[in-house]
Design a protein around this ligand. Structure first.
Ligand code: UPG
Length: 382
């Protein structure tokens, strides 16, 4: 298939582009490189030394013999987006090209607005371009499990049957996002759902959980293909941060009580989920939602797992309960349905001690690149 991977220089996008290319798809990466600019803005870096995009793609050609085309461009510019659809005529457009950090969106008013401008405008441009130039193209959009919040009922996959005053309907599942960033994904979902209804767009919204891990089968083939690995308090995510903290001898930073529970998945499953979505497109006019996570854990459970695996490697790490910089529920009910992807053939890579030990080992090789002052959270919600 002809597939565009927008955001193909990022943590999920890069390994996805390699995976799809490896599976024989004709892949074009579109990226504005803004994630690298944000590193400069925040004074942060990937723990792993990542090459410039052109060099990464050249290394992939050398290792695999396969070409990945690259377009540097910003989806908030409609000329860029319309030319992508006119020139490439993609069958699937995989859309990772959004600012994905909750803390980044909560820094101040300007960041909240920029987060909305970038994410919501980019997706609107993609929807208009599909309508204008490629009505059959399947939009595979990265949403987030964070759209749902933590309701006191089971979380369904995008839709719920509701009986109200004697009548029944299948309605969008209620959304209670926890940050301005998560809100941008809710706005995207609404915009996509609307265009499926009025223009017949075919779309899959992948409500992804927190991704952990670093390497995939493809990135492991050459050190120049290594994925980015965020550890700072703005872009680093829960489990990966704990592993890096263990590697550098920092207390594990559990926010508040630590009973906050979320859905998680391995990066190796992210890339496979995208392939499954592309190869099984939504129908014209269908707004399809998959909950893309494989297991649920509380933050405390993750910290305890990391502490135990670190101990096996001779590292003693303590668990600290910091004042929670976010406004979150504790001791809440959390049960989310995730059967759509499993039914289409996903075989999850589960969070075993071996998986943790591998990520910890890579972290231990790169400790010299960590700027310790970026580890503790500074952005607060309240
Ligand atoms: N947390 C800690 N300590 C840390 C970091 C996080 O306790 O050092 C907690 C945090 O309070 C929250 C949970 O861990 O309860 C998850 O937080 P985090 O890993 O930062 O994930 P999210 O803020 O939910 O965001 C990530 C991605 C986002 C994606 C989402 C999917 O950044 O792009 O949409 O996961 O759930």
């Amino acid at each position: 298939m002809k597939i565009v991977v927008a955001g193909g220089d990022g943590f999920c996008g890069w390994p996805t582009a390699l995976y799809l290319s490896d599976r024989g798809h004709d892949v074009t990466i579109v990226d504005s490189l803004v994630r690298r600019d944000i590193d400069t803005e925040l004074g942060s870096n990937s723990m792993t030394p990542i090459l410039p995009l052109a060099e990464r793609v050249a290394a992939w050609k050398e290792v695999s013999g396969r070409d990945i085309a690259v377009r540097i461009g910003d989806l908030t510019d409609y000329d860029v987006v319309s030319s992508i659809f006119q020139d490439l005529e993609p069958e699937a457009f995989v859309h990772f090209a959004e600012h994905r950090s909750a803390p980044y969106s909560m820094i101040d008013r300007e960041h909240a607005i920029e987060n909305h401008r970038n994410n919501v405008t980019g997706t609107l441009n993609v929807l208009w371009a599909i309508k204008d130039f490629a009505p059959d193209c399947h939009l595979v959009k990265l949403g987030t499990m964070g759209e749902y919040g933590q309701p006191d009922i089971d979380i369904e996959e995008g839709w719920i049957e509701i009986e109200h005053k004697g009548r029944k309907d299948r309605l969008p599942f209620p959304k209670q996002p926890g940050s301005f960033y998560h809100l941008t994904k809710v706005h995207d979902s609404d915009n996509i759902m609307f265009t499926c209804r009025i223009w017949g767009v075919r779309a899959t919204d992948l409500n992804q959980g927190v991704v952990y891990g670093l390497e995939t089968e493809q990135t492991r083939r050459d050190p120049r293909l290594v994925n980015r690995f965020d550890y700072d308090a703005v872009f680093g995510t829960a489990l990966n941060r704990f592993l890096i903290q263990a590697a550098i001898g920092h207390d594990l930073t559990v926010y508040g009580g630590g009973s906050q529970t979320r859905g998680y998945l391995n990066i190796a499953d992210t890339v496979r989920c995208i392939e499954i979505a592309c190869e099984n497109p939504a129908e014209r006019g269908e707004f399809r939602v998959f909950n893309q996570f494989t297991e649920s854990f509380s933050v405390n459970e993750l910290a305890e797992k990391v502490q135990r695996v670190a101990r096996d490697q001779g590292l003693e790490v303590a668990i600290s309960h910091l004042d929670n910089p976010r406004v979150e529920k504790y001791d809440h009910y959390y049960h989310a349905v995730n059967t759509n992807l499993l039914d289409l053939g996903l075989e999850p890579h589960l969070l075993t001690d071996d998986v943790l030990a591998e990520i910890l080992a890579v972290s231990r090789e790169n400790t010299d690149r960590v700027r310790r002052e970026l580890v503790l959270p500074t952005v607060t919600w309240a």
